[in-house]
Design a protein. Structure first.
Length: 134
């Protein structure tokens, strides 16, 4: 999405690293892709803060669209927390390594990422955007 939204700055990719395994690996936090999608919407709808009316519309769009995709994610997968989605507890020694070796991330996490990318692209395709990016 960073390329689709013309955010071709590697800093944005690095900023997303803490979302792996929930925020900072804390799995009772939202799945990283849920958090990243919300941030993506914020970046997509950013506008100059001195344009008060446009900024108000942008904040509304960001909150509304974020709520929509989080709700759809939860309905589709039954949870939005990393632990709830993958059923593993990274706070236990060796659990993260077990996660990597088990391929759970291929079976589940990849699907979550694909789902959210499709949702974000769908918002663009359906022109459900309330405010145009600068």
């Amino acid at each position: 999405m960073w390329e689709a939204y013309d955010l071709g700055n590697e800093d944005f990719l690095w900023a997303g690293i803490p979302f792996l395994g929930g925020i900072g690996g804390y799995q009772n936090a939202p799945c990283g892709v849920v958090s990243a999608a919300a941030l993506c919407l914020g970046l997509r709808h950013r506008c100059p803060l001195n344009d008060k009316e446009r900024a108000k519309q942008a904040r509304h769009a960001i909150r509304t669209l974020s709520a929509t995709i989080v709700k759809e994610f939860n309905q589709n997968f039954g949870d939005i927390t990393c632990r709830g989605l993958i059923g593993m507890d990274f706070s236990k020694p060796g659990e993260y390594q077990k996660f990597l070796e088990s391929g759970v991330w291929k079976d589940k996490c990849v699907k979550y990422v694909e789902f959210m990318i499709e949702k974000l692209y769908g918002l663009e395709d359906q022109k459900q955007l309330f405010v145009q990016a600068p």
